[in-house]
Design a protein around this ligand. Structure first.
Ligand code: AGP
Length: 367
């Protein structure tokens, strides 16, 4: 039962509102201001082993996979270790080469997702080291891995994952920070990230307070049969997660694309009937992103832009939502939150069961 008029109620709503507190929980006791690092004893890795890592491979499904892509960027940027994320559901079927100097990272809210569990078993069977970023204590994946970071998100009931994803992102930030500081990340850069992480719980709260201002736009998006979510580099996994959330609970076709790829095909679909939600952070690609907004607007495509204060969008007709800036490496999580709210308000407006979308289970425990 939802209070459709006010668009609030149910598990997903409460779990979104718990995100600031969940962010505090995952960070608690793990940040070291003095040395600008993180302490993650549960990884069971000493400094020698940490320095020996040549590659990081992240494995997860659905939204956990998309946050894994955000995590891969964090690790590359802060620790300068080549990192990528792969859908755990595909991993074992390509008979992957397991390298001894690769750190495998399994990411899962439930810790019971069968595809992720089987990917972990594949790595271990072939002699690789795998750590877990898991929410549910004592779950199958938590028991199977060589070490890990518990997310402390608290119970998550709604099928659409929200607060667990936020804690996954922060756990990746901690992991990237610790790996970076054991390797070449300077103490000043480490302190910069620690300070930004400490500020994040309040910033999460600030973004959640945008909720009411997103209702009207969400209702307009709910009227479309098909939408694009676009972003570049750090913004692309944000777009993927935004599209996933939207399709999961509104049953609208929502497709994520790299903004840079629009002109290579999907621009043909842009029209007044196909809105685009664009992620435009203040970063080295802002001008190029704004250029793409012009291309969309020129074809009559309605635009919703999630951006940072001070970004000059020129005269592009759009609905704009500003989220606070963090350090650039940490920006993705704050850019993701309005997309949760958009999906939530759109689904509530459509009178759908936001907590239990059709055809989906909270955790997928059979292949
Ligand atoms: C998230 O909103 C989805 N319901 C889904 O993609 C989920 O993230 C995925 O099934 C992985 O679940 P896990 O984190 O429990 O492994």
């Amino acid at each position: 039962a939802y209070d459709v008029e006010h668009g609030e109620g149910g598990h997903m709503w409460r779990e979104m509102q718990d995100q600031s507190a969940a962010a505090e929980r995952v960070l608690r006791g793990r940040l070291d201001e003095r040395f600008g690092t993180a302490h993650l004893g549960g990884l069971n890795m000493d400094a020698r082993e940490t320095r020996a890592i040549r590659r990081v491979k992240i494995l997860g499904c659905g939204s956990a996979y998309y946050v894994g892509q955000m995590g891969a960027s964090l690790i590359e940027e802060l620790a300068r270790i080549p990192a990528d994320a792969e859908a755990a559901s595909e991993f074992r079927y390509r008979d992957p080469v397991i390298e001894p100097d690769t750190l495998y990272v399994a990411v899962s809210q439930s810790g019971e997702t069968i595809d992720t569990l089987l990917a972990v078993q594949e790595v271990r069977r072939k002699g690789g080291r795998v750590v877990g970023l898991v929410n549910v204590v004592g779950s199958a994946i938590a028991r199977e891995v060589d070490g890990g970071i518990y997310l402390h998100a608290g119970p998550e009931v709604a099928v659409a994952s929200t607060k667990a994803l936020t804690t996954m992102f922060l756990a990746f930030s901690l992991l990237a920070l610790q790996l970076g500081r054991v390797r070449d990340l300077s103490i000043s850069d480490g302190k910069r990230i620690v300070a930004a992480l400490q500020a994040l719980p309040d910033q999460v709260e600030e973004v959640m307070s945008l909720s009411d201002s997103l209702v009207e736009v969400a209702e307009q998006l709910a009227a479309a049969d098909s939408l694009f979510f676009v972003g570049r580099v750090r913004g692309f996994p944000v777009a993927r997660e935004g599209a996933q959330k939207f399709k999961e609970i509104t049953y609208r076709h929502a497709e994520a694309y790299q903004t840079s790829e629009l002109k290579h095909g999907p621009l043909a679909l842009i029209s007044a009937a196909v809105p685009t939600v664009a992620i435009v952070p203040q970063d080295e690609l802002t001008d190029r992103n704004v250029g793409a907004l012009h291309e969309i607007a020129a074809r009559g495509g309605p635009l919703v832009v999630v951006t940072h204060p001070g970004v000059d969008l020129g005269d592009v007709p759009c609905r704009r939502f500003d989220v606070p800036r963090s350090e650039r490496e940490l920006d993705p999580i704050l850019l993701t939150l309005p997309l949760q709210l958009l999906a939530y308000h759109a689904a509530s407006h459509l009178g759908l069961d936001v907590d239990k979308p059709r055809n989906l289970a909270k955790s997928v425990t059979v292949e």
